[in-house]
Design a binder for this molecule. Structure first.
Ligand code: ARG
Ligand code: ZN
Length: 881
C-alpha cells in the first residue's frame, strides 16, 4: 500500500479570505518540550461575506489548550478542533478577539518548520506554511496583520530574545528565573514572515544611516566563539542597504535589522521582517574555512534577503502561485548587486552556468513547471530553480524589452501602487504597461509556459546582393501537461562580426523588430534580411544570454574559433569556447561508447591554448573559459541514452590533451596567478586564484614528472581554504598519491569547524571511482556525520546524487539504491530535505536502458512506501508519471 497524494491546489480556485486578521498578539513561553503559545487575534469579517460564516483556521500537529472568544471560554459545540484545523462554527458578525492557547514541542520538531531548537537556540521557519505549526491561523500570504510578540524564557538559557520589528520593552519576570522581551512590528505582514529567536548567542553590532538620515542598528547573532566570522557578512549587509537606495530608491524601514545564523536550517536563509534567519554557511567566513565562492555566496544571500524587505515583505504575494513575484524579482536584484560589486560578465557567465545545470534539466524533465505554476500538491516543492532562476531571467528580459528607463519607471510605480499589499504577477506587469504603454500580454507567456524554448537558426550570405539572411524559428519541446505552446517574446541581443572582428553596422533589417542591438522574436518564424552587408559576417547571437533559451545553430569550427578569439561580447566569447568543447566532448563520448578511443581534435585543444596565452583576458574570465562543460551539461546536450561513464572518460581525455600540450604554460600560470600576501576575498584577487587553480587542475594530469608533487605542495602549503580545497579535490578526485594523507591532514586541521567539515564530506562523496560507495557507507558512521543536520546530509548525499554521475548511476544500481534508502530514512524526520534529495532522480529517463530500469526500480521502491511525506509523495509521483 502506498500513501495518499495530497489534494491538488489550483490557482483558478483562489478565493479571497472570508475573515481578516488585523492584529496578532503573541505570548510565547519557551520550553524545550512544552512551549506555550498564547495568540490573541483581532478578527473581522469581510464586508461581502455573510454573517455567521464559519472561520476555519489552519494548524499542523498542534494541540489546543484553551480557546476564548471576546474573553469568554467557547462552549464545546461552538467549535471543532484537530491538530490541523480549528473551526469556529458561527463567529460574531462584529469584529472580535480570539484567544488561542496551544502547546508545542520545539525539541521534537525535526522537520525544522515552525518553532524548533537547533544547538540550544530556539528559532523559527514559517515560509511557506510553518506558522500553522505554532498556532492556529489563516496561514496564507494574503492575510496581513500587525504583530506584537512577547517572548519569555529562562534568563540563563536564553539571554537573547528576538522577534520581528522594534524592541518595545525588556525585563525580568518577577519571582522567577525568567525574563521577557516585547517586540512590535508596525508593518502589516503575512504569517510566513513571522520570526522568533531565543538563545545564548553572541551579538555583533554595527550601524547604518539611511539616505534620509535614519539610524538603523544592525546586529548579527551567532554562537559564542563565532564573533570573528561575521565581518564579511556585515560589510555585505551595509553595501546592500546602500545599493538598494542608490539603484532602486529603497530605504530600510525599521529601527533595527537583525540577522541570526543557525546551524540547522532547511534552506539558505529567510527574509523574516527585521529578523532574517540564515543557514550559518551564508554568514560565517574567514580565509581559513571559507572559499572565495563562499564569500561570494554570503554577499549574494545577505543581499538577497535584505532586498526582500521591499520585494517580498512590503509587497508580498497574494497566494503561493505568485512565489516568483518575490523570488524571481529578488534574485534579479541580487544578481544586479553582485554585477555592480564585482565583474558583470563573470557574474553573468556564472549565473548562466547555474541556470543551465539546474534549471534547464528541471524544465526538460518530469518536474517541469511554469515560472508561475497553476497547480501544486505541496508548496515546499516549488522553491525551484524555475521559480527563482528562470523567474529572474524573465525579469531581466522585461528590462531588455522595455529598456532601462521604462523598466525602472514601471518598478517605481509597482512600489508605489502596491506597497502594503499582497499581489499578483498580473498586477506587476500592469505597472510596466501603464508606465510604458507596451502591451505585455504575449510577454506574460513566460510566466505561463513551462519548458525551454529552442531557437533554431539558419543563415546565408549573398555577396552579389550584399545581403545576409537569417531564419529564426522557436519551439518549446513537449513537457508534462503541456503538449503545445504559443510563441514567446524572445529578445536576442546580437552582433554581426565582420572579418576584422568588429561589429558591422546592422541596425535595420526586414522581417523582425530591431531595437538597438536586440532582435525581438514575436512569431514562431522570422525570415530576416540585413542589407548593405559588404562581406560575409559571423553572427553572434544571444549575447549576454539575453533570453533563457537554447540555440540550435550549426557552426563551422572556424567560426567558433573566430568568435572565441574576437567577439567583443565577453559572454559569447566564453560561449564559443564552451560550444567548441561541447561539440568535441559529445563526439568523443560517442566514439568511446563504440569502444574506441578517439583523440581530441587539435583545433579544439589549440583554442584552450590560445585562451590560456591571451594576455588581454581578465583572469576570472580566463578561468571560466578554461572550465570544461560539466558532466551534467554534456549529458543534457546528449539528451537520451546517456552513459555517464563514457562522458566522464571523454572529459578526462580532453582535459589530458590540453594538459599535455600546454603543461609548461599551465604550470607557469598556476604559479604566476597565485596571489601573494594577505588573503583578500575581493573579486579581482579571487579571479586570479581561480585561474591559478584552474591551471593546476590541468597540470595535475599533465603526465609530467613533478605533477603529483606539485599538486601535493599546493594543497599542503595553502594558506587559505580556496587553495586548500582545490588541492584536496585534485588529490582525491584524481586519486593521486597522498590522497588519504591529505584527507587526514584536512580532518585534523578542520574538525572543529562544521562548515569546513561539510567540504570534507563533499569531496569524498563526489570522487569518481568504484570505491566511493563504500566510502560513503563508512562515513555514515563517522563521529562527525550527523543525519539530523541538513548541511551535513547535503554534503554527503545531495552532492553524491547530483555531483557524482558515474557512481550515482552505477550500472549495478547500487548508487540509486543508496540514495533511495537514504530518502526513505530521512523522510521520516525531515521531509523537505528528503524530497529535495529525491529530485536528483529527475533526469532518469535520459539514461541508457539498463540504468533507466535500475533507476525506475529504486523509484518504485520509494513509491511503494506506506508513510511517505506529502513532500516526497509529490516528487515521486511526478518523477514517475
Ligand atoms: N524565501 C526564502 C528565500 O528565498 C526561502 C524560503 C524557502 N522556503 C521553503 N519552504 N523552501 O530566501
Ligand atoms: Zn528569496
Amino acid at each position: 500500500m502506498r500513501s495518499e497524494t495530497a489534494p491538488a491546489i489550483r490557482l483558478e480556485d483562489y478565493q479571497p479570505p472570508v475573515y481578516r486578521i488585523e492584529k496578532v498578539h503573541l505570548t510565547v513561553k519557551l520550553d524545550p518540550a512544552e512551549t506555550e503559545v498564547v495568540a490573541t487575534l483581532s478578527v473581522a469579517r469581510q464586508a461581502d461575506v455573510q454573517a455567521g460564516t464559519p472561520l476555519v483556521l489552519d494548524g499542523d500537529e498542534l494541540s489546543l489548550r484553551e480557546l476564548k472568544l471576546n474573553g469568554e471560554v467557547l462552549p464545546d459545540d461552538g467549535y471543532t478542533v484537530s491538530p490541523d484545523k480549528l473551526e469556529i462554527h458561527a463567529p460574531p458578525s462584529k469584529p472580535f478577539d480570539l484567544k488561542i492557547t496551544t502547546q508545542i514541542n520545539p525539541e521534537a520538531n525535526t522537520k525544522l518548520m515552525g518553532l524548533y531548537r537547533s544547538s540550544g537556540t530556539y528559532c523559527t521557519q514559517c515560509e511557506a506554511e510553518g506558522f500553522r505549526r505554532i498556532t492556529y491561523f489563516l496561514d496564507r500570504p494574503d492575510v496581513l496583520a500587525i504583530y506584537t510578540t512577547r517572548v519569555e524564557a529562562p534568563k540563563n538559557d536564553c539571554p537573547v530574545l528576538l522577534a520581528n520589528g522594534n524592541l518595545m520593552e525588556k525585563g525580568d519576570i518577577d519571582g522567577t528565573d525568567r525574563h521577557y522581551a516585547l517586540w512590535h512590528d508596525p508593518h502589516p505582514k503575512p504569517a510566513y514572515l513571522f520570526a522568533l529567536v531565543a538563545g545564548n548567542l553572541a551579538q555583533v553590532p554595527d550601524r547604518f544611516t539611511t539616505a534620509s538620515d535614519k539610524k538603523v542598528d544592525l546586529n548579527i547573532y551567532v554562537e559564542h566563539g563565532n564573533e570573528g566570522l561575521c565581518s564579511w557578512a556585515m560589510d555585505s549587509l551595509k553595501r546592500s542597504m546602500k545599493w538598494d537606495e542608490d539603484v532602486f530608491g529603497r530605504e530600510y524601514d525599521l529601527d533595527v535589522f537583525n540577522i541570526v545564523a543557525v546551524s540547522d536550517f532547511n534552506m539558505g536563509a529567510m527574509e523574516n521582517k527585521g529578523l532574517n534567519i540564515f543557514n550559518d554557511k551564508y554568514v560565517l567566513a574567514d580565509p581559513e574555512t571559507a572559499t572565495d565562492q563562499d564569500y561570494a555566496n554570503i554577499e549574494a544571500v545577505i543581499a538577497h534577503e535584505y532586498f526582500h524587505n521591499w520585494t517580498g515583505n512590503r509587497i508580498t504575494c497574494r497566494d503561493w502561485f505568485q512565489l516568483c513575484l518575490k523570488e524571481g524579482l529578488t534574485v534579479f536584484r541580487d544578481q544586479e548587486f553582485t554585477s555592480d560589486m564585482r565583474s558583470r560578465p563573470v557574474k553573468r557567465i556564472t549565473d548562466v552556468r547555474l541556470l543551465k545545470t539546474h534549471q534547464f534539466p528541471e524544465d526538460a524533465g518530469p518536474l517541469a513547471h511554469p515560472v508561475r505554476p497553476r497547480v501544486y500538491h505541496e508548496i515546499n516543492n516549488f522553491y525551484t530553480a524555475t521559480v527563482y532562476e528562470k523567474g529572474a531571467e524573465v525579469v531581466r528580459m522585461l528590462k531588455t524589452v522595455l529598456g532601462d528607463e521604462g523598466f525602472h519607471k514601471g518598478l517605481d510605480l509597482y512600489f508605489d501602487r502596491h506597497d502594503g499589499e499582497a499581489t499578483t504577477i498580473e498586477a506587476f506587469l500592469t505597472c510596466f504597461e501603464d508606465t510604458t504603454g507596451t502591451d505585455l500580454s504575449q510577454f506574460a507567456l513566460w510566466y505561463e509556459q513551462a519548458g525551454t524554448p529552442v531557437v533554431s537558426v539558419a543563415s546565408a550570405y549573398d555577396a552579389d546582393r550584399q545581403t545576409y539572411s537569417l531564419s529564426l524559428s522557436q519551439e518549446i519541446p513537449p513537457v508534462p501537461g503541456q503538449r503545445s505552446s504559443k510563441p514567446a517574446v524572445i529578445p536576442l541581443r546580437f552582433g554581426l562580426l565582420g572579418p576584422d572582428g568588429k561589429d558591422m553596422h546592422a541596425t535595420s533589417a526586414s522581417g523582425i523588430k530591431i531595437s538597438g542591438d536586440v532582435l525581438l522574436m514575436e512569431k514562431s518564424r522570422h525570415e530576416i534580411t540585413f542589407s548593405g552587408i559588404s562581406s560575409q559576417p559571423v553572427m553572434s547571437l544571444l549575447r549576454a544570454f539575453s533570453a533563457p533559451v537554447r540555440i540550435d545553430q550549426k557552426f563551422a569550427t572556424a567560426d567558433l574559433q573566430f568568435l572565441a578569439a574576437r567577439d567583443n561580447d565577453p559572454f559569447n566569447r566564453w560561449q564559443a569556447v564552451q560550444s567548441l568543447a561541447m561539440q568535441e566532448l559529445v563526439r568523443l563520448t560517442g566514439t568511446l561508447r563504440h569502444g574506441k578511443l578517439g583523440a581530441p581534435a587539435d583545433g579544439v585543444v589549440s583554442v584552450f591554448g590560445a585562451v590560456l596565452n591571451d594576455q588581454n583576458l581578465d583572469p576570472a574570465l580566463k578561468a571560466l573559459a578554461l572550465t570544461l562543460p560539466s558532466e551534467a551539461d554534456i549529458a543534457q546536450e546528449i539528451g537520451k541514452n546517456v552513459d555517464p561513464d563514457a562522458i566522464l572518460a571523454a572529459r578526462k581525455q580532453l582535459r589530458q590533451a590540453i594538459a599535455r600540450q600546454f603543461h609548461g604554460a599551465l604550470r607557469a600560470a598556476a604559479l604566476e596567478f597565485a596571489p601573494r600576501g594577505d588573503y583578500s576575498p575581493d573579486a579581482e584577487t579571487a579571479g586570479k586564484r581561480a585561474l591559478s587553480n584552474r591551471a593546476a587542475y590541468y597540470y595535475a594530469v599533465s603526465n609530467t614528472e613533478d605533477a603529483a608533487q606539485f599538486t601535493w605542495d599546493r594543497f599542503s602549503s595553502a594558506d587559505n581554504m580556496t587553495d586548500r580545497l582545490a588541492g584536496l579535490m585534485l588529490l582525491v578526485h584524481d586519486h593521486m598519491p597522498g590522497e588519504t594523507a591529505a584527507l587526514d591532514l584536512y580532518l585534523s586541521r578542520h574538525e572543529k569547524s562544521s562548515l569546513a567539515m561539510d567540504k570534507w564530506f563533499m569531496v569524498q562523496a563526489t570522487a569518481p571511482g568504484d570505491g566511493t560507495l563504500a566510502t560513503i557507507k563508512s562515513l555514515f558512521s563517522h563521529p562527525l556525520y550527523d543525519a539530523t543536520n541538513p548541511n551535513r546530509v547535503r554534503a554527503l548525499l545531495q552532492s553524491f546524487a547530483t555531483g557524482n554521475a558515474t557512481q550515482f548511476a552505477r550500472p549495478d544500481g547500487a548508487g540509486f539504491e543508496l540514495v533511495a534508502e537514504s530518502v526513505l530514512e530521512i523522510d521520516k524526520r525531515n521531509p523537505q530535505v528528503a524530497s529535495r534529495l529525491l529530485t536528483s532522480f529527475r533526469s532518469w529517463r535520459a539514461l541508457d536502458a539498463n540504468r533507466c530500469a535500475l533507476a525506475e526500480s529504486a523509484l518504485m521502491k520509494i513509491s511503494s512506501c506506506e508513510d511517505l511525506s506529502r513532500d516526497s509523495r509529490d516528487i515521486i509521483d511526478r518523477t514517475l508519471q
